[in-house]
Design a protein around this ligand. Structure first.
Ligand code: ADP
Length: 474
């Protein structure tokens, strides 16, 4: 853990081990911190706040730009570590590390663009100033699926805004966060501005929530834990940003280019072994195209190379752990029981060198219907269920009929339909004829039970700023 500029173990000396999901081997361990260390970290952040928030925005930004440089310099070892603890192919880990650096660089620039406003007064001698100020100490809780970008996307925005932070990474993938903090230390960041606590999530979460000095929580993870955080934040009315679960549809309209839609579907659906909150959950294809779509999709999915992420050519790694894999297997069993057809995959991969990992075969399901759990729940695994539809109006209603609202994708060549569907879809993000969403300048986030608040762009920084209005009377 990194607290007040010092690297330290937990008070009790206890640790948690990090296991490689591809082969079950030990990758390393981190301290099992709890309430004591969390309180220490919050104190350190609180003490560092006046100095950090008092720096010029340009100075704060320069640390972030240096952090980006350090990350880029260490991209290979950082990506390898990420692959070992998380499982994703090295090529994807490298992309993630590059994206992590981009977020830090972008916020390093954006720090300088926090502004205010002067409004017309209500009396001749009144001046109204609106200024933005950092909220104070922010707690950042990150998930295991993107262990590098989730850290910088939150932390760079918070630091740029002038907040000091306590980071609690997911227990499955804390080593990437440790490495990132070591690189941040190299920038010469003043002690206590950023702190890292690893260990028991619920205990650390509770300590953060009960601490009056923590004014903001930024969380990415399950809807279930997100709801707990909303409840526990009520006592002190803490500000919250939540990036929670999703159920993203991909709609392939009757006039879509099938090749392009299939390629994008595979790229998005099978990225990170299907473990992406904004990843496509279910694919809805117009009945006129469905046969061709399924054929191309199955062909591509069948050829995906499953294996150890660190071996060249691997495209699909393991599911993060046994519980995750079991959930995927259960959803597929449910679909098959209700009449879905398995066109490829549909089983655990346990042969040869994959025996000690948590691998699941890349899967395509056809004849999928709305009573199947795969259409209602977030799959979070390498399974592509395909639903055939005929009525465009009905399909828009159907996909909106979910408690989630993070991302939606569709393909069409009709400009009219593109605008109509983009506006009708009840999701925080919509991608048309493509799937790229997470970029530094754009507001990433969801509506309904997918969360609140945004990450990325100036929107992401607003989350860490309070608005103050000063009525000045001359
Ligand atoms: P996932 O399903 O992605 O594992 P979780 O919501 O369980 O999602 O975890 C996301 C992050 O939240 C992780 O860093 C995890 O350690 C942390 N976490 C889990 N439970 C709590 C809690 N009760 N309070 C605060 N953080 C928590």
């Amino acid at each position: 853990m990194w607290i007040g500029g010092q690297w330290m173990d937990s008070e009790t000396g206890e640790t948690i081990t990090v296991i490689n999901p591809a082969n079950g081997e030990l990758v390393g361990s981190v301290p099992k911190g709890g309430r004591t260390e969390t309180e220490q970290a919050v104190r350190a952040a609180e003490q560092a706040f006046p100095v950090w928030s008092g720096l010029t925005a340009a100075d704060r930004g320069s640390y972030l730009k240096k952090w980006a440089e350090e990350i880029r310099r260490e991209r290979e070892p950082l990506a390898r570590l990420l692959t070992f603890e998380q499982g994703k192919p090295l090529s994807e880990a490298l992309e993630e590390v590059d994206a992590a650096a981009d977020f830090s660089e972008w916020y390093g620039e954006e720090a300088k663009r926090v502004t205010g406003e002067i409004l017309a007064g209500s009396k001749p001698k009144q001046r109204i100033l609106v200024i933005r100020q950092p909220v104070g100490v922010a707690a950042l809780i990150t998930p295991w699926n993107y262990p590098a970008t989730m850290v910088t996307r939150k932390m760079a925005a918070a630091l740029a805004a002038g907040c000091t932070v306590v980071l609690k990474p997911a227990s499955q993938t804390p080593l990437t966060a440790v490495f990132l903090m070591q690189l941040l230390e190299k920038t010469g960041l003043p002690p206590g501005v950023a702190n890292l606590v690893t260990g028991a999530a619920s205990e650390i979460g509770r300590a953060l929530m009960e601490n009056r000095s923590v004014r903001k929580i930024s969380f990415t993870g399950s809807t279930e834990v997100g709801k707990q955080l909303i409840q526990s934040s009520a006592g002190q009315v803490k500000r919250l940003s939540l990036e929670l679960g999703g159920n993203a549809p991909l709609i392939v309209f009757s006039d879509a280019e099938v090749d392009r839609a299939v390629k994008a579907a595979v790229g998005n659906k099978f990225e990170n072994c299907g473990q992406m909150c904004n990843g496509i959950n279910v694919i809805y294809v117009h009945e006129r195209l469905v046969e061709e779509f399924l054929q191309q999709l199955t062909e591509r999915v069948r050829s995906l190379r499953v294996g150890f992420g660190w071996e060249p050519g691997t495209q699909i790694g393991p599911v993060i752990d046994e519980a995750g894999r079991e959930k995927v297997a259960e959803l597929v069993r449910d679909a098959v029981m209700r009449g879905a057809r398995v066109l490829t995959g549909g089983r655990l991969l346990t042969d040869g060198q994959l025996a000690n990992g948590t691998f699941y075969a890349p899967t395509v399901l056809s004849d999928v219907t709305y009573d199947m759990r795969v259409t209602q729940e977030e799959i979070f695994g390498p399974v592509a269920p395909v639903v055939s539809f005929s009525d465009e109006e009905e399909i828009l209603k159907r996909v909106n009929d979910t408690p989630y609202g993070l991302a939606a994708y569709f393909f069409t060549r009709d400009i009219q339909k593109a605008f109509m569907a983009a506006e009708r879809l009840e999701f925080g993000m919509v991608a048309v004829n493509g799937t790229s969403l997470s970029v530094p300048q754009a507001p990433f986030g969801g509506i309904k039970e997918s969360g609140q608040g945004r990450e990325g762009g100036h929107y992401g920084m607003e989350e860490f700023l309070n608005i103050k209005y000063i009525s000045m009377n001359l």
